[in-house]
Design a protein around this ligand. Structure first.
Ligand code: IPD
Length: 259
């Protein structure tokens, strides 16, 4: 029997909205920094928000496990696993740039079955159940029909991991002459949802964490897009992502000339 994940999606949307409102209410406040790295910042609010999301989800699904940017709870090999990024775009949030979101996915027996990405500043809620239709605030969305790199807007990630920013800049330089515009948004989840909604056409980042894109991947694929993920290692939670509208010749465009 095919399981219907509509109730779980409703729970994810409710949790994402509670978390998003919590973050929006604190957007202009001075934020407590827990960890400061060369290319990343971790806030106390990351932890508080993950706790809020977990509590909200546990109220409906107490036996599901959680893998989040801010820690794990339960058995990571469990059949039902929520994958959470409480603030995707933490550096933006910290600097007062209103481009960030809450991201919640549900993985069932190793497969991501639903995703919810909520941008509280725009009140935009992107959702999808795998195999269904992607939507933005309840209305269906679809990727762009752009086929030529020359008309594409492509996003390059500037990763939090050492070295990945430099690699991003190299790709930025390589691809910039082929496309209409290059952008760096600072939130992988929102970038993927924007491709799903035909606002952008492609996204590349060479080192990204599972919780940054798990929810948005279902939304993108349900909107007709494609995402290739190459894990760094079999056990890890990070890897390289190439995402696009399914039409652009993104691989050919990314090919670097041999030295
Ligand atoms: C980051 C954002 C950013 C991406 C980084 C991520 P975080 O997530 O998604 O766009 O380039 O690789 O780490 O730390 O804000 O959740």
């Amino acid at each position: 029997m095919i399981e219907d994940f509509t109730p779980q999606l409703k729970a994810a949307v409710a949790a994402a909205r509670v978390a998003g409102d919590f973050l929006k209410a604190r957007f202009s406040e001075i934020k407590l920094v827990n960890v400061e790295l060369p290319h990343d910042i971790k806030l106390q609010l990351d932890k508080d928000t993950q706790q809020l999301i977990t509590q909200s989800l546990f109220a409906h699904y107490p036996h599901y496990s959680v893998l989040g940017e801010e820690g794990e709870s339960g058995d990571m090999g469990a059949d039902y696993l929520w994958i959470i990024d409480p603030i995707d775009g933490t550096v933006n949030y910290f600097y007062g740039i209103p481009i960030f979101c809450v991201s919640i996915a549900l993985q069932v027996r190793g497969k991501i079955v639903l995703g919810c990405v909520y941008d509280p500043m725009q009140d935009e809620c992107f959702t999808a159940i795998a195999g269904g239709v992607a939507s933005l605030n309840g209305l269906p969305i679809q990727v762009s029909a752009r086929k030529r790199m020359a008309e594409a807007v492509v996003f390059v990630g500037h990763g939090a991991h050492d070295g990945s920013g430099e690699e991003g800049v190299r790709r930025f330089a390589h691809i910039s002459s082929q496309v209409r515009k290059i952008r760096i948004l600072g939130s992988a989840a929102l970038t993927l949802c924007y491709i799903a909604a035909a606002r952008f056409d492609a996204y590349i980042e060479n080192r990204i964490n599972l919780w940054d894109f798990a929810a948005a991947r279902v939304i993108l694929e349900s909107a007709g897009g494609q995402l290739e993920y190459t894990p760094d290692s079999a056990a890890g939670h990070s890897g390289a992502v190439i995402a696009w509208n399914g039409l652009l010749p993104i691989h050919a465009a990314l090919k670097m000339p041999s030295k």
